[in-house]
Design a protein. Structure first.
Length: 156
């Protein structure tokens, strides 16, 4: 399953990112739209993962402050390779932007994976907009995703 990673600019590609996030968070998870989209989208680094037929299958963002989040993956594409590709691309952005401290708020089901990557818990689990979550933190140098052979495009 070849995947393609695009680094996208919110101002020019927000429709593509919004469509995917609305499908996952607003429709599937029933998170209110006014909570899903916020001011951080304007300044965040966004990534879209496409299938070999150029269908957007996943997206995520990294804020300049180091918050990794808004990770949305189409239901039929929720496989480890897709998540690893997406998180790896976001961590590569963190490295290139010299963001050393990264925090992720994730669904409680994703906790073991982030633990494998070197993230450690920050505070107790919580309920947020209809999902049971946890906040995790890592220094970039301790996050340990495998190196992936990707085709990466910067879209501005």
């Amino acid at each position: 399953m070849p995947l393609r990673v695009k680094h996208v600019n919110w101002q020019h590609h927000c429709h593509e990112v919004k469509t995917l996030r609305e499908k996952v968070f607003v429709i599937e998870w029933r998170i209110p739209q006014n909570i899903e989209f916020d001011r951080s989208d304007d300044s965040a680094y966004h990534v879209v993962v496409e299938s070999d037929d150029k269908q957007a299958v996943a997206t995520g963002r990294l804020t300049p402050e180091g918050e990794l989040g808004r990770i949305a993956v189409r239901r039929e594409w929720r496989k480890r390779e897709v998540y690893d590709t997406l998180v790896s691309a976001l961590l590569d952005i963190a490295r290139s932007q010299k963001i050393e401290s990264i925090c992720v708020q994730c669904d409680i089901d994703a906790v073991p994976r982030y633990q494998e990557l070197g993230f450690t818990p920050v505070g107790p689990a919580y309920m947020d907009a209809a999902f049971h979550g946890a906040k995790w933190h890592a220094r970039y140098s301790s996050a340990s995703l495998p190196t992936l052979n990707l085709c990466t495009d910067l879209c501005v």
